[in-house]
Design a binder for this molecule. Sequence first.
Ligand code: MN
Length: 721
Amino acid sequence: MDYASSLLSFLPGGRRSPGISQLIAKLEGYLPPEQVERIQEAYELANESHRGQKRLTGEAYITHPVAVAGILADLHLDGQTICAALLHDVIEDTPTAKDEILARFGREVAELVDGVSKLDKVQFKSRKEAQAESFRKMILAMVRDIRVIMVKLADRTHNMRTLGAMPAPKRRRIALETLDIYAPIANRLGIHSIKLELEELGFRALYPQRYKVLERELRKSRGNQKEFLPKITSNILGALKKAALNGQVDSREKHLYSIYQKMRRKRVALSDVIDVYGIRVVVDTVDGCYRALGLVHGLYKPMPGRFKDYIAIPRLNGYQSLHTTLFGPNGVPLEIQIRTEDMHRLAENGIAAHWQYKVGEDTGTSQHERAREWLASLMQMQEGGNPEEFLESVKVDLFPDKVYVFTPKGDILRLPRGATCVDFAYAVHTDVGRRCVAAKIDRRLVPLRTALRNGQTVEVITAKGATPNPAWSNFVVTAKARASIRAYLKTMKRGEAVDLGRRLVNQALGEFKLNLKGIEPEILIAAARALGTKEPEDLFEKVGLGERLAPLVARHLLPADRHEETQDGTAGTTAPLAIAGTEGLVVSYARCCFPIPYDPIIAFLSTGRGVVIHRARCGNLAGWHKQPDKWLPVSWQKAEERSFASEIKVEVQNRPGVLAAIASAIAATETNIGHLSVVERDSDTSTITFELQVGDRAHLAKVIRAIRSMPEVLSVERTLA
Ligand code: MN
């Protein structure tokens, strides 16, 4: 009794899929018994989960995963991949399945199954070429383990084989997606057998008429070729033998979809594509390939310009062979491919060859290492070509540093990894970015800073008059978003600086009982030039940013006969500049003394930052009084509805719960705590520092009163440098 049937006879009853015994037999051919046993368990779980389900073809559902596993077994893929293939549709059906797979088959199998389920959720929507390319990349970007793609390709292959049961529109959509997305991916990964089958099945489903015509013609031409092919084959074999070269010669199958593509691409007649003999020669060594080439060139005359050396310069997916075209019998072209056994295996299986089970293999090799191995082997072969360009194209596909997301219309946008909703908004259009106020991912509202993941659908909500938030620069990753936000802030800042500068100059003019309205434009322009700026606006901006001093500018604006007034130093009274707290980017509040509305204040003109407001009692003023011309009097305008940061220090007795008690006392005054820190002074007392958000002095006084009345509080005071 062989292993498969012995195992079967011990398994519990229940209906078994008809394909399972063949699958087991295939697996026994290359996998060790313990792995086959695991696969049996996976089959049992799948069989259980799909019990009672039917496919559209009328067969039991379990026949599908068994067939998918069979396709991968033909590629000799490892046990984990086969388990995942059997379980690939289980998660959809039972929500607890993922945990069960994890517990019973380990993390890798669980992640493979999960990866395939996720791929099933994204759908290709538009047929544009660029869109198809992006979609292929999105598919590849979504998988961390390339085996997910292999399961998906096998899944698609079996679905295409049984496509006939689907309703026509769905059939077309699936066929289109297969030709545009999955066959090219199989090609990119070099899995030739799957690529060919997907193409043939996709072509037949999408263009049944064209397929029928081509098939008939192909059958005819095969009939014609029957006469000559055996003769050509034996001629070549004879030549190899005479030269003591070991090799096999086969006639090559022609594939309808590639014939069709060639006709369309090269705009040639069917007869030109179809009336060609295709021969493949497989020899033992690379050296043998070139010798065989010489031999066939001796047998038939080569067509000039048709020889290609893909051994020295392999194709991007690693394909290697010598290609040549000869004048065959009756002048019919004879296309010859010459390669070694190794090249042949790679030409058929591509990247799958790296996940094939090999006896005595260390199973610890990670999938990343495998993929890297594959890349490295491609790199080695590619030495004749342009390695950078090559590596770039492969890397983009296999180790993507991009995310691919959908717009609500189904267009795909490519963004760098880590990109957020704001980056997305700017990628759609600068105006969308500038006015975005909220975002939805897969129809759920999310914070704008949320990082995007592959395959998500992102919708941006904009509002008229909305403006970029300076805080966005902390999390955006795209250059476009960053530059747009920065440019906006710069113009904003300039506008505010010009405004502040104008007010500062006006204030300085007050000392001479003048104001800007009374100054002639020519005088203003002359002063701007004299002070090294182009326009009065530029001059005001510099004043607002603290780079020019308002009193100095004011002096330049005086009528000639009043210049001496400045000389004697008997200046008039300067009205303080009014601060409303809404000036934004050119007015800031010092964090050494935390001024709040109605504190006595003074402003320091800080170069590049505009004015910084300090409390009049701030200790930092002493040192800065060395630059008296940089200080200016300011006062509070009626405060707007906004809060200001203020800091208090509270000395308390160390007692359990004291911090919570104070925090809740603060909360009771409807005050937010921005930050707090505790420093233990000694075993009895601690100092707690609170940063609070308050409206003005009255508000803060209320908070301080509330805290001071608490028995465990020893003292409360505002921070002052
Ligand atoms: Mn499936």
